[in-house]
Design a protein around this ligand. Structure first.
Ligand SMILES: [Zn+2]
Length: 87
């Protein structure tokens, strides 16, 4: 079976999709982490790794790569990403 690979927006490396978190801007404009396959929209990926997630937030990739300007949604997703990580 072929591995699906995606680029991490934190470290910019290509990784196995199974090891990554997917963030999608749904067609209604809201952001969602790891949406179901029925929920479509522009998506980015990030490694399940504190440094990559910090980088993603620092570089404001949710705004630039997802073209999201809704700051409430950006902050909500940043909080959710931080909670997914063991400290
Ligand atoms: Zn990464």
């Amino acid at each position: 079976m072929k591995e699906i690979k995606r680029k991490c927006q934190g470290c910019l490396k290509i990784q196995n999709r199974d090891l990554m978190i997917k963030i999608t801007k749904l067609n209604n404009g809201l952001l969602k982490i790891n949406p179901s396959s029925k929920e479509l929209g522009r998506s980015i990926y990030v490694c399940k790794n504190i440094d990559c997630i910090k980088n993603l937030i620092k570089k404001k990739k949710l705004i630039s790569a997802l073209k999201c300007s809704n700051m409430d949604e950006i902050l909500k997703i940043e909080e959710q990403l931080k909670k997914m990580l063991p400290l």
